[in-house]
Design a protein around this ligand. Sequence first.
Ligand code: ZN
Ligand code: ZN
Length: 294
Amino acid sequence: MAWCSYHGGHSGRYCLHAHGNLADVLQAAYARGFSHYGLSEHAPRFRPQDLFPEEQGLRPDQLLEMFYAFVSEARALQLQWQGRMEVLVGMETERLPPESWATAMTDLRSQCQLDYLVGSVHHVNGICIDFAAETTAQLARDLGGPAALQIHYFEAVAELVQVLRPEVVGHLDLIRKFDGPTPQIRPEAWPALQRALQSIEAAGSVIDVNAAPVRRGLGPVYPLPDVLDQARRMGIAVTLGDDSHAPQDVGGGLQACVAAVAAAGYAEIRYLTRVDGKVTWQRCPLAEVKPCPR
Ligand SMILES: [Zn+2]
Ligand SMILES: [Zn+2]
C-alpha cells in the first residue's frame, strides 16, 4: 500500500505564500495516511527582481538562508518520522535567474544533498505565469496569443527537463492555470508538448499528477486527461502531488489525482523511496494506492 505526495509541503516559515509550520505539515500527512511524503520547498531566487510579491523587503541572501533553514529542519523531521512515514527532502525548481538557472539549481541540489527535484517552470521569458490571470494574459498578447504562450512554456519545460533531469516533473500543463473551467492545450502547442514529453521520457522523469487546481476550484488536476493519456502511451510513469501550502491542504484533492490516473488507463503509480541509501522509484498497483490506516 502506498499513499504519497512529492510536490508540496510548503510551510509559512520557508515560503511566504504558504501557512503553518513544517512540523504540523508532517503531523497532518501522518494523520491522513501518507506512507511517503516529499517536501519540495521553492528554490530561492537569486536576484532582487525575481522575488515573489510577498517577499518584497527581503534580500536574495535572506531567501537563501531561509532555504538552508528549511533543509535543516526537514532533515531533523525526516529522522523523527523514520519508521512511521518516509519523509524525503527536495526542492521545486525555477528557471531563474534566466541566464544561469541551470547552474543555480544544480549547485543547490548538490550543496544541500537533496533527495530529489521537482522540475517546475513558473516563468516564460522571465515573467511569472503562475501568479495572476492578467499578467499571463498580457504575456500571451506580447508573444502573439495563447497558443504562442503555450509553445514557449512547453519549450521551456522540455529544456529544463533535459538539463536538470528532475525525478518529478511538476504541474506539466501549469500554463492553462487561468484558462477557466474548460482549459485545453492549443492544437498548435501539441508539437511543443510532445517534445516536452519526449524529454521527460528520455530523462526517466515521472509526472506529478497534481491536486492544486481541484483544491482551488480552478479545473481538473494537472495534467489534463489528453496529456496524461499521451504520457501513458509513451510509457511515462506518474506519481502524486498535493501541492500543499498549509497543513490543512495536505492530501486535499489527491483522490481526484488517483481517479485521473485510472481514467488515463494507468495500472500503477510510482513512489520514491530510499533503498540501501539510494533514492529510487518503486511501483505500486493502482488498487493499492490509498491512505494507510492509522
Ligand atoms: Zn508556492
Ligand atoms: Zn509550482
